[in-house]
Unconditional design. Sequence first.
Length: 268
Amino acid sequence: MVGIFLFCVSGCVSRATHTASSVVQYLHPDRTEPIETPGMARLNLPIRVGIAFVPETSGRHLHLTENDKTDLMRQVADHFRQYDFVRAVEIIPSSYLIPKGGFQNLDQIQRIFNVDVVALLSFDQTQFVDEGLASITYWTLVGAYVVPADKNTTHTLLDAAVYDIASRRLLFRAPGASRLKSRTPLVKLDEQLRQDSLKGFQEASHEVITNLDEQLALFKHRVKTAPQEFQVVQRTGSRGGGSVDILWLGLLAGLGGWQLWAHRKKQS
């Protein structure tokens, strides 16, 4: 009778890969703290939104291709398009963003793509691999057959920072995170890491979209209560009839203007 025995092989080797992009390093290169003083954000409704990934700061990502980035940006774009106060959403290819380009690069993007607001996507992803941690040996009729199995962990952080380009003001941000574990034979490790990487971005993007709704609600409240920071106007030639969100923000603009007038009147 032939028996098959399984046992673990010792001597595992751990390694990690890390790739990231940073909004701070893109907008404020070679500075530890931002120094630009943001002005009043003038929101012309309905707004035109651009969506872009900021350049990587620690080398090119091994698994996230330009097509993958485009797919993720389309998910965020579809979410923006459901709001009546958004006139258009443009997906901006990575080639238009210059590493450490700063707001000067955003000014160029604004002119090229005719957008008012930009959602900058940044990420931080680390993949840990423990090689040989659970290597399995099959004893067969022809001898030992070793199948190294690896325990992999993928940590992904994704962040959407929404800026008004003209005023340099951060309107709001929405983060998302994901943590995945998998185990796979060494021969399939690269493919498993690629799948885990993309799945990590997908899970994090779903959380980003959920947080976008929450941050948008808070942003509406800030527009109402901070007229010194925001000015909301109706874009000339736009059709706002029947749009609940546009009418709502239009009322906020009127209320905000009245509050700003009252505030200045009180100071004088």
